[in-house]
Design a protein around this ligand. Structure first.
Ligand SMILES: [Zn+2]
Length: 416
């Protein structure tokens, strides 16, 4: 039996019951074989503990410890960045103009289809490891830059392989309905047919992804098309997610409630009555403030959603176009600075609620007995350090299943 004791920690964690964040000034975590055996005030954790049973002891010297971050919405499996396109957007060129000149999602589709497995895998792992160094120990990664059966299957295989080759827990989502590929421009129904008749059965048989996501938005997939795709995915055993009402209120939030989706994402334009339907069906709202930041758009109305009783999760939306960040601390800081969320709400949004959005809260998202010993040591006393020390990574070390998975070793060396 391998027990590890982590002490001297100011622990902040949401709890599965009670809808609150618990904190202990002088807390400790006891981990056995990578899972939490005991967590709480140090004297309680130490009580009846045989020193001989502890193989390793680490003292965090009063630093803040929070659960490993869970990023429940990313598109970090891709081949090429689109930095030139970002520069164009900053100079005032609109996304629609960029799309018309061959940029946007479809340029990521072209580059992914042309790239080798090794190149895509390397980029995906690099993104996930950057996320890990910013405290993300569980990440969801969507397909959706393949948009044909072979390329989508290949993406899902590479996403799974990335998860096997790095310490992070990776949850794959099938998102063949991310955009209409150029082969089907002018024939969206033809692409929906392909998704329903060929792609969903094939990816389900070959990769068995737990989730299917659809970009339900004006100019992408309509509500009836999204419903058809999601119903087919459900028949093949996938749970449902929807990119809903990001730009225009087309009724995506209502569709998420109607279909009993696990989550609906973005929701900037969603109507109050549809958000209320989501709340009563237990659909989780996944908000993506880094996308609003990167697109210079207003933020989703998190306060209204919380008042309606919605469970609010936060995610990076990491992708090469509208939000290129792997940092959950950055997302946390946007949530508390620009969305009116409290420190406790934002912490729950980055951890337990995010785990619920990918149905992983039975093993991660909070520091509680029998969950994975996944946690982050911050260079501060409270989670607020993530917003207070703005623009600077507060993460000192990251533990995955009780093992140090990433650690900041050196400070800068100044040249004079
Ligand atoms: Zn997205």
């Amino acid at each position: 039996m391998t027990m590890k004791l982590f002490r001297g920690a100011r622990i902040y964690t949401p709890l599965a019951t009670g809808n609150r964040v618990m904190s202990w000034e002088k807390g400790a975590i006891l981990a056995r074989n990578g899972f939490i055996e005991k967590v709480g005030p140090e004297e309680e954790v130490l009580r009846d503990l045989e020193p001989a049973m502890v193989e390793q002891e680490v003292n965090f010297g009063g630093r803040c410890v929070v659960p490993g971050f869970v990023d429940p919405h990313t598109h970090m499996c891709f081949s090429e960045l689109r930095e030139q396109e970002f520069a164009l957007r900053l100079s005032g060129v609109s996304y629609m103009e960029i799309l018309a000149s061959g940029g946007g999602i479809l340029s990521s589709v072209r580059s992914l289809r042309a790239a080798s497995d090794e190149k895509i895998l390397e980029r995906t792992k690099k993104n996930a490891l950057t996320a890990l160094s910013h405290g993300t120990t569980t990440v969801e990664i969507k397909s959706g830059y393949g948009l044909d059966t072979a390329s989508e299957t290949r993406m899902l295989r590479l996403i799974e392989r990335a998860g096997r080759e790095i310490p992070t827990t990776v949850i794959p989502t099938f998102m063949g309905a991310h955009a209409i590929p150029s082969e089907f421009s002018g024939d969206p129904e033809g692409y929906v047919d392909l998704l329903v008749r060929e792609m969903i059965p094939a990816v389900s048989a070959e990769c068995d992804p737990p989730f299917c996501d659809v970009f339900c938005e004006e100019g992408v997939f309509t509500v009836p098309q999204s419903r058809r795709i999601l119903e087919a995915a459900r028949k093949h055993g996938m749970k449902l997610k929807i990119h809903a009402d990001e730009v225009v209120d087309t009724g995506g939030a209502a569709l998420a409630a109607e279909l009993g989706a696990v989550s609906a994402e973005h929701l900037l334009a969603a109507r109050g009555e549809n958000l209320a339907k989501m709340a009563s069906e237990g659909v989780i709202a996944v908000l993506l403030p880094a996308t609003a930041f990167s697109l210079r758009k207003p933020y989703a109305d998190a306060r209204k959603m919380l008042e309606l009783g919605l469970t609010v999760a936060l995610a990076t939306d990491c992708n090469p176009g509208s939000s290129f960040t792997q940092s959950m601390p950055f997302v946390f800081s946007l949530a508390v600075m620009n969305m009116g969320m409290t420190v406790e709400e934002a912490l729950a949004g980055c951890t337990l609620n995010a785990a619920k959005a990918i149905e992983s809260d039975h093993f991660c998202g909070s520091l509680e007995k029998n969950k994975m010993a996944d946690f982050v040591v911050l260079d501060g006393e409270t989670p607020a350090i993530m917003a207070y020390n703005s623009g600077v990574s507060p993460v000192l070390s990251v533990y995955k299943r009780g093992e140090c998975a990433a650690q900041r070793l050196d400070d800068w060396r100044f040249c004079r």
